[in-house]
Design a protein around this ligand. Structure first.
Ligand code: UDP
Length: 241
């Protein structure tokens, strides 16, 4: 059973379990997709029913970030572990490399997916890169066809939320891939265009603050975090009353 946090249902999994389930989905028939909502995406889902449906329709919904963990705990239904999308992706690629599975990288600005592909091929020996495409296309169908023609097992869909979740829900099956993962800005990190916060900040649940200092323009988006905590408080009171 999923843990509900303001209308988004999260799978209560550790990182290792999430990667195991990802591999199981990859090895089963049909198309499956993974969403990695953070508090900002949960807030977005409260306002946008189509986004909420696409996120909740995922085969795996992973708690990306400390805010979701805190929210679930405040509601009295704690989640066991946070599973940041980017760490899930690295765990999955390590397993895929062992099995010589193939990966398509979709999203980010032109050139970023190619740079990410080069780095990932070097880092995960055995991983096949089936193809890449930037995230600024007008027409979806040629992109869907390119993925299908590539024969990719897995697609990292990095178009930002909720675009990536809506895209996976709509086109996942048509791509012919078995697993699609919505991973936001991860290609920028894999390409070396953006850095993750150093370990200290991550370990102390402060990655959001580090990113804010690096990119002050994110402030408007980040104000969603206090709003999320206020909404969790309200929900808690409602449940108690
Ligand atoms: N993006 C894209 N196509 C679009 C809009 C966004 O490929 O039409 C990319 C954007 O270049 C960035 C990613 O989607 O690489 C979203 O990154 P963001 O930092 O918003 O994601 P987060 O990691 O915070 O979820």
């Amino acid at each position: 059973m999923r843990v509900d946090v303001l209308g988004v249902g999260f799978d209560n999994l550790t990182m290792m379990e999430a990667v195991e389930q990802g591999m199981a989905l990859l090895n089963s028939p049909g198309a499956h997709y993974v969403a990695t909502p953070n508090p900002e995406i949960v807030e977005l889902c409260r306002e946008n029913p189509a986004a909420r449906q696409a996120v909740n329709g995922a085969d795996l919904v992973l708690a990306d970030g400390i805010g979701v963990i805190k929210g679930a705990a405040m509601l009295g239904t704690p989640l066991r572990d946070r599973v940041p999308g980017i760490e899930f992706a690295t765990g999955l690629m390590a397993r895929m490399a062992k099995d010589h599975r193939s990966l398509y990288l979709l999203g980010a600005k032109p050139g970023v997916a190619e740079a990410a592909a080069k780095n990932l091929k070097e880092r995960y020996f055995g991983l096949k890169i089936a193809g890449t495409h930037d995230g600024y296309f007008q027409d979806d169908i040629p992109v869907v066809n390119a993925i299908r023609a590539s024969g990719a097992d897995v697609v990292f869909v990095c178009l930002g939320a909720p675009k990536q979740e809506l895209w996976m829900a709509k086109y996942g099956a048509e791509t012919g891939a078995h697993l699609l993962c919505g991973l936001g800005g991860s290609l920028n990190v894999f390409a070396g265009v953006a850095e993750r916060a150093p370990k200290f900040w991550r370990d102390h649940g402060l990655e959001w603050f580090y990113r804010l200092c690096k990119e002050p323009s994110r402030l408007g988006r980040m104000m969603k975090l206090p709003l999320f905590l206020i909404h969790v408080q309200q929900e808690k009171k409602k449940n108690e009353g």
